[in-house]
Ligand binder design. Structure first.
Ligand code: CP
Ligand code: NVA
Length: 291
């Protein structure tokens, strides 16, 4: 693996290799004999807020022997309009890898091209590949395997997390259902093993995992009122779980009373915070595979 720019750009074998190594990283945390990032400095370039991604990458890079430089938009000249390709060519001469959270997917791709550094997409408007690798790992940990499982994503089917789920289902072949109102249903590549429906009950029936994300992704704040009205019927709440007891997952941050009710969130907190912890193990696997 040269970069992690999207789930779309990975093969099934690369995803599986990352999941297998994440398990090794988790089991061996605190006892890593090898430090594959020793002597390296990695730049974290974030144009959007982050708690989990930033902290798990900073800790993970250090645990693998590397150093971290965190640059928000306010810190670097990117925030004053310096082009991505110039920033990339400078950093390409100074650091050993980059983790980027921004808006346009093309910016991460341009950075990888011009810097020639191992480059990781830490969330764009289009994909959130690190999240989905950690989530696949969490499902394997909780349910044993992904094979034959049905994952149901509820809410904004056009958001980055949903899009990464779509590519994971296409690459790995598990069943994905997306429960969303028509305006938030994605266009799917032909032949994708994915059901998109506005019928929330049909979508959740028999699913092994119910997964949700915020209704208002970063950058969409102007649409808050419209999204809240449109996506309101797609909340995960007790009434939906009468005939089924699936694993409930959330990538966080969570907005109780919006995409998930307070009681269901708290009853499933053990899974949800394992998901958050697994970001560390999954990303250490990715960082190692990029060496
Ligand atoms: N899930 C996730 O990426 O969280 P942060 O925005 O806090 O990094
Ligand atoms: N879809 C969300 C994910 C947050 C981790 C967003 O882009 O804000």
């Amino acid at each position: 693996m040269k970069n992690l720019l999207s789930i779309e750009s990975l093969s099934a074998g690369e995803i599986t290799e990352a999941l297998d190594l994440a398990a090794v990283m988790k089991a061996g945390r605190g006892n890593h004999a090898e430090k594959p990032l020793r002597g390296q400095s990695w730049a974290l370039i974030f144009s959007k807020s982050s708690t989990r991604t930033r902290v798990s990458f900073e800790v993970g890079i250090r645990e693998l022997g590397g150093e971290v430089i965190f640059l928000s938009n306010a810190d670097s000249q990117l925030g004053r309009g310096e082009p991505i390709k110039d920033t990339a060519r400078v950093l390409g001469r100074l650091v050993h890898g980059a983790v980027i959270r921004t808006y346009a997917q093309s910016d991460v791709e341009e950075f990888a091209q011009f810097s020639r550094l191992p480059t990781i997409n830490a969330l764009t408007d289009q994909e959130h590949p690190c999240q989905i690798i950690a989530d696949l790992f969490t499902i394997r940990e909780k349910l044993g395997s992904l094979e034959g499982k049905t994952i149901c994503f509820l809410g904004d089917g056009l958001c980055n997390v949903a899009r990464s789920w779509i590519w994971a289902a296409i690459r790995l072949g598990f069943q994905l259902r997306i429960a969303a109102p028509p305006a938030y249903q994605p266009a799917l590549p032909p032949g994708a093993p994915i059901l998109c429906t506005d019928d929330i009950h049909a979508a959740v029936a028999g699913a092994d995992v119910l997964y949700t994300d915020v209704w208002v992704s970063m950058g969409k704040e102007d649409e808050t009122a419209y999204r809240t009205a449109q996506l309101g019927p797609y909340q995960i709440h007790r009434g939906l779980l009468r005939e089924t007891a699936p694993l409930i997952m959330h990538c966080l941050p969570a907005y109780r009373g919006k995409e998930i009710s307070e009681d269901i969130f708290e009853e499933n907190a053990a899974t949800i915070f394992d998901q958050a912890e697994n970001r560390l193990h999954a990303q250490k696997a990715i960082l190692t595979l990029l060496q």
